[in-house]
Design a protein around this ligand. Structure first.
Ligand code: HEC
Length: 143
């Protein structure tokens, strides 16, 4: 009896995990990556990318396997849904176009998504990347 109560409580607590509402593009543009652009956060984003994203975007983000029309993430000028921090965050969290799935339903935390944004920046031509901060810089929280 007690055991089924615990099970019921567990089910209830899992089902109340809040899924954030979709961001509008205008609201997304106002967001800034709260995660500093450091070697450490890029590596964390890289690990998540290898786990969730390579099937469509390829190991290097270039998406040249032509299975789905995924964006070449190394070329910001090819992006269809915006290249600001917040717009990239929105593409990952809420989905993009017809075939980019929203990752908010797949258990990725917002921090993990921001780390992905940092990793994606690291794929860009050097002149377009944010300045790389030291892992323990004052301007960024230690992640
Ligand atoms: C099922 C295949 C698939 C997976 C898995 C996938 N993507 Fe995508 N992604 C796409 C497609 C297709 C597009 C292009 C959408 C469009 O037409 O606008 C896209 C677009 C994007 C964009 C927007 C680029 C633009 O054109 O503005 C970003 C950013 C992105 N993906 C990042 C990721 C990240 C990070 C992951 C892993 C967490 C991921 N994707 C996983 C298929 C996928």
């Amino acid at each position: 009896m007690r055991r089924s109560w615990i099970a019921a409580a567990l089910v209830a607590s899992v089902s109340v995990v809040l899924i954030a509402a979709d961001l509008s593009q205008a609201d997304a543009k106002k967001l800034q990556n709260p995660v500093p652009f450091t070697r450490r956060t890029i590596d964390q984003g890289y690990a998540t990318f290898q786990q969730y994203c390579t099937g469509c975007h390829g190991k290097d983000g270039k998406a040249d396997m032509a299975i789905v029309p995924a964006t070449d993430l190394t070329a910001p000028k090819l992006y269809k849904s915006g290249t600001t921090d917040g717009e990239i965050f929105r593409s990952i969290r809420d989905g993009a176009g017809d075939q980019m799935p929203p990752f908010k339903y797949q258990g990725l935390s917002e921090t993990e998504i921001w780390q992905l944004v940092s990793f994606i920046h690291s794929l860009w031509p050097e002149a377009m990347r944010p300045p790389l901060l030291p892992n323990e810089s004052k301007s960024g929280k230690r992640m």
